[in-house]
Ligand binder design. Structure first.
Ligand code: NDP
Length: 326
């Protein structure tokens, strides 16, 4: 038997509870992992609360991330005792996920846990932090350099935002952090933000083109915020769009793209090919300051993950939450 959060949906409604589950109920897969730690991402918040239909099979163990040790494997790449990380691939949505003491998975989805990290540190990063790194890599690939000017990060006190601020600052970029929680200004400055700006300057309808401010952007918010960030991006700048915390719409014009040559780079972490994942984790191991990761993170238990999921959606969680599983 192992403990897991189980989401059920039937005539009694949609509910998540901590349950004891028989190993025989584990889904099919060629690697069984003893989970050391998991985490709560925005999508896990949606899954646990049922606020959006991210879970597409029931019963479901949520958790789009996990870190742990291989218990058994018939996959050629993995042996018992190997330390592994998993992010995405529909795990926690269509396939049982990481908010459990045990997981059975397709070995193709796993990447080696970098030696630089404990499982808890890897989960402090989680999909949120790995997505931040994908955004930074996209800025680099499009030639954005620290000397080109400021990088704006929206939803900065959230998980993706906090890691993005820390990564960009360590790499020498000047970071402007946009937040709805000005009380977190000192936190954002401690992560390396040079300036902290109020969310309300960004989340209202704006002009198609505005004063040029940003060399690049990491946007986790979408909607008017993304439209305004694009409108404020300098000639030739790059906006990476990864989130929808403020809405899925994009009420923008083509003006920044056709008049200023701005690039809008879409960032998906879920189905990202393995070489990109390996590169992102390799760069996280060298470019993320572990002391800052400690500032970003708080730890909870599996049972506490259920109420914390609602707090995350309510915008009350700062940075990242690690779920210590075993
Ligand atoms: P968090 O909940 O940790 O952070 C989101 C932050 O967005 C909040 O902390 C808040 O920051 C800000 N925010 C929340 N609600 C609003 C609102 N209504 N208007 C404007 N800002 C708001 O989530 P994550 O960091 O884990 O994820 C951020 C986004 O990125 C989510 O939409 C998530 O789905 C997406 N995502 C996408 C991935 C991909 O593969 N493309 C992977 C991972 C995440 P503050 O308080 O500082 O304003």
């Amino acid at each position: 038997m192992f403990k897991a959060i189980l989401i059920e949906k039937d005539e009694q409604g949609y509910r998540a509870a901590l349950k004891d589950i028989d190993d025989a109920q584990l889904p099919e897969g060629n690697v069984t992992v003893k989970v050391a730690a998991s985490t709560l991402n925005y999508k896990d918040g949606l899954a646990v609360t049922g606020k959006s239909p991210v879970v597409r099979k029931f019963p479901m163990v949520p958790g789009i991330d996990l870190a742990g040790t291989v218990e058994s494997s018939s996959h050629p790449d993995w042996q018992p005792g190997d330390r592994v990380v998993l992010n995405g691939w529909g795990v926690g949505e269509t396939q049982w996920g990481g908010l459990a003491e045990k997981a059975r998975l397709n070995g193709d989805w796993l990447v080696p846990l970098p030696a630089a990290f404990t499982p808890e540190q890897a989960m402090a990063i989680g999909t949120a932090g790995y997505t931040s790194m994908l955004c930074v890599l996209a800025l680099e690939r499009h030639g954005v350099k620290p000397e080109h000017g400021e990088i704006v990060v929206t939803g900065a006190a959230g998980g993706v935002g906090s890691v993005a601020v820390a990564l960009l600052a360590k790499l020498g970029y000047t970071v402007a952090a946009v937040t709805g929680r000005l009380a977190e200004a000192d936190y954002l400055k401690s992560l390396g933000a040079a300036t902290v700006l109020e969310r309300s300057e960004f989340n209202q309808p704006g002009k198609p083109l505005a004063k040029e401010r940003w060399a690049g952007a990491v946007d986790t918010v979408g909607s008017h915020t993304l439209a305004n960030v694009c409108a404020q991006t300098k000639y030739g700048g790059v906006v990476t769009a990864c989130g929808l915390a403020g809405g899925m719409d994009f009420p923008a014009s083509v003006a920044p793209f056709i008049l200023r040559g701005v690039t809008l780079a879409g960032i998906d972490s879920v189905m990202r090919p393995k070489p990109d994942r390996l590169e992102a984790w390799r760069r996280l191991a060298t470019d993320l300051d572990l002391a800052k990761l400690g500032l970003i993170t708080r730890e909870i238990t599996l049972a506490e993950a259920i109420p914390a999921a609602q707090q995350l959606l309510d915008g009350q969680v700062r940075g990242r939450v690690v779920v210590r599983v075993s």
